[in-house]
Design a protein. Structure first.
Lengths: 282, 319
């Protein structure tokens, strides 16, 4: 950090500040291999200005405020060439860039009305896009991955509720935006690896205050012995006020519950569900 | 102007706060009441002289505020201008705003506080300050004292008639400083109008003029807007906060505007650097960059509990 502190020609302060090791949650890639499957994750700080500029150019939209562009979660099966990874660029590339599904903040109408008189000249919305960063991202498959087939087989919950030892666990945030203090949008991945199977959950959670709550979950289940992979996508959403009323009838702390994606997942109505599977060559 | 109750010794309050001890509820009440009286007399555009060290968003990251004093000098040896967003998100909003308010009262001409969009009743109810006050004091009284005081914070500062300082940015309703001076600012931050724009708007380096935000409320301002505002008001630079920058600062529009961000490792998970901007006697600008204070580590588990994620995530049998 020394060189950054003294970046201008000006001399360093008379009493030099103490130097500290970085305390932020930075980590090199972490990995584990189980029965021919390699699982790895990486967590680094948010992107710097130059990479953000490059990402903006490639995506065609402004990335979220907190963009963890170097983070990823990856599962690979060497023998069959199958692999899936979750990263922020590919997730953001699936955000609507046309503005067709664009939401508006709760006080937008009031705002538009009051401003019209004075600044009618300013009509332009700069490159409209879905600024809630809603994505239906289900992961990026490796080029050699054999295709998934639709299935009605569910992920075997009973095998995942057993208290098998967890060999590897990580939680990786891919991006987050505070929607200019109108709520939150976040995409994050959790993965846990047990001796015989793994479960990955990538969750997009969006709460636009007084407007909408949206949850989009992608689960990837892998059975190591049978090499069966099941991927399941679920989309849930509900108007903010309906959710608030439902929660008001319970005894809980409503503002806290409105921030709890797990609790909300139980009460939000299902909009869409898809399941697919593939059995990899041994 | 009546003084503080004789039982309240500001220097002692400041000492306690440097040790991160909370002040008693009646002390906060008296300090906020006194600060209101002081702020009420400030214009919406406060003129100050360099040298001064300018601080961006802090968001309750109290240890990082102490780090700023260690790096930039303590009050009153160094003059400070804070650009707002003292509360919400971090773990120690109460300690942060208590200390800043006591310093303002003790050294009114050496410490200046601008209002940020988080110095508002509405926003603090959603983003942590309200909950923190209720948890640390057992009731919401302290939150009321602070948020009532927020209504009196000034909206902008001008350094040596040259640098215009504001939390967010420019407004299509404002061409000259005189138009800021006539805003009735003693109120909750409204959703619309020039007062909202000053604390909310963002620069857009790709544009020339004002544009509407895709969110359906608020503006972004471009290069020509900045150029014209500076020209009309005979100034050379705009200094603002409000937006996270990984490097701790960002300079735009051919060095006509800079963003200063002072919350390192924002929300205890972004891993970003922070900076303060030191403006010298002869108006040279120097970004003094710093990393998160080591004391943050002591509160790792609390941060995790609040943020619910970290580099060592809580292992759970999620489904």
């Amino acid at each position: 950090m020394v060189e950054e502190r003294i970046m201008n020609s000006r001399s360093a302060p008379a009493v030099p500040p103490t130097m500290h090791a970085a305390v932020y949650p930075t980590k090199r890639p972490q990995e584990i291999s189980v029965q021919g499957f390699r699982i790895s994750t990486q967590k680094l700080p948010i992107l710097k200005a130059d990479p953000i500029e490059e990402m903006t150019r490639k995506l065609g939209i402004a990335p979220p405020e907190m963009i963890f562009g170097d983070n990823y979660v990856m599962i690979e099966h060497e023998k069959s060439g199958w692999g899936i990874n979750f990263n922020s660029f590919d997730a953001l590339d699936r955000v609507d860039k046309t503005g067709q599904s664009m939401l508006q903040v709760a006080y937008s109408k009031e705002w538009q009305k009051s401003r019209e008189k004075t600044h009618e000249g300013i009509k332009e919305v700069v490159k409209p896009f879905d600024w809630s960063y809603s994505t239906d991202y289900m992961g990026t498959l490796s080029p050699k991955a054999p295709p998934f087939e639709e299935t009605s087989d569910p992920i075997p919950i009973e095998l995942l509720t057993r208290p098998d030892p967890i060999l590897f666990f990580d939680e990786v945030v891919l991006y987050e935006d505070e929607l200019a203090d109108n709520g939150i949008a976040m995409l994050s991945c959790k993965i846990r690896v047990m001796p015989e199977r793994l479960l990955l959950l990538t969750r997009f959670f969006m709460r636009l205050d007084n407007v909408l709550i949206r949850l989009r979950d992608t689960r990837v289940y892998v059975d190591f012995a049978t090499r069966e992979v099941i991927r399941e996508y679920q989309s849930k959403e509900c108007e903010y006020e309906k959710v608030r009323q439902t929660l008001a009838n319970t005894r809980g702390d409503v503002p806290a519950l409105m921030r709890d994606a797990n609790r909300l997942s139980e009460i939000l109505p299902l909009v869409e569900k898809r399941s697919e599977r593939v059995v990899l060559d041994g | 102007m009546p003084g503080l109750p004789t039982s309240i010794d500001l220097d002692e309050c400041i000492e306690r706060l440097y040790r991160k001890e909370l002040l008693a509820e009646p002390v906060i009440e008296a300090v906020c009441a006194k600060t209101k009286e002081l702020l009420m007399k400030e214009s919406n555009v406060v003129h100050i002289m360099a040298p001064v060290t300018v601080v961006g968003d802090i968001h309750g990251q109290f240890f990082d505020l102490l780090e700023i004093f260690r790096i930039g000098g303590f009050c009153p040896d160094t003059n400070y201008l804070f650009l707002g967003d003292y509360v919400d998100r971090g773990l120690f909003s109460v300690e942060t705003i208590s200390l800043l308010v006591c310093l303002k009262l003790r050294y009114p001409h050496r410490v200046h506080l601008i209002r940020g969009n988080h110095e508002s009743r509405g926003v603090t109810q959603s983003y942590g300050f309200y909950t923190e006050c209720a948890r640390k004091y057992g009731n919401a009284n302290v939150w009321h004292y602070f948020t009532d005081m927020f209504d009196y914070l000034t909206l902008s500062v001008v350094i040596n008639d040259e640098i215009f300082c504001v939390h967010g940015g420019l407004s299509p309703s404002i061409h000259s400083l005189d138009q800021i001076k006539i805003i009735d600012r003693f109120r909750e931050i409204p959703h619309e109008g020039p007062m909202a724009d000053l604390v909310w708007s963002d620069p857009d380096p790709e544009r020339d003029e004002f544009s509407l935000s895709p969110r359906g409320a608020g503006y972004t301002f471009g290069a020509q807007v900045v150029r014209k505002f500076l020209e009309v008001n005979k100034m050379s630079h705009i200094l603002r906060a409000h937006q996270l920058c990984n490097e701790g600062y960002q300079i735009l529009f051919d060095d006509r505007l800079s963003t200063v961000w002072s919350a390192p490792n924002y929300c205890y998970r972004c891993g970003n650097l922070a900076s303060v901007l030191e403006v010298s006697d002869n108006m040279e600008r120097f970004f003094n960059i710093f990393d998160a204070a080591p004391e943050n580590d002591i509160h790792r588990s609390e941060q995790q509990a609040q943020q619910n994620r970290d580099s060592q995530p809580v292992i759970d049998y999620f489904l």
